[in-house]
Design a protein around this ligand. Sequence first.
Ligand SMILES: [Mg+2]
Length: 184
Amino acid sequence: MTAIDYDLEFLEDGRHIELISIGMVCDDGREYYAVNRDMPVRKIRKHQWLMKNVVPSLPKGQGDRRNHVPKSWLFDYADPVVKRRERIAEDVMDFIRTAGPDVQLWANYGAYDHVCLAQLWGRMIDLPEGVPMFTHDIQQERARLGLRWDELPQQESGEHNALADARHNQTVRRWLAEQEARTP
Ligand SMILES: [Mg+2]
């Protein structure tokens, strides 16, 4: 079994889940991070929580480029991690398939993450071969082992950056596996 831990940042309005950014880390050491060039910028602007917690970690202009990034932009469109949604769908499919046929997807409170991930390719029936049809949930494993949510390892920094969150998910999932191994 090879696990991929992932996290998405998204805009969610009770009807739609729209991708902002995605971070993935694989047991084999590979990592992936992308920001959706096609995110609904106007809606995000009106969303206080996203503006405060998620937008600050999106790529900003740096060095010489700083002057070319208008203040009105939420992120630097020229940054290499910023990609079209279709391109992200291709990258993510390759990332998952490279992990092999017995890959597991893992996320934390991952129901919305799974739907937003799967919708990269359209409807449920459009899910590409080799992409798992469900995501294992850290919280379900935590409950199964009889642990409280506040007993899990805490994230030290980078919360709401999708890659930092995915790395932390990997830490927590591995910690849970250690707890289980210790249980007589
Ligand atoms: Mg997150």
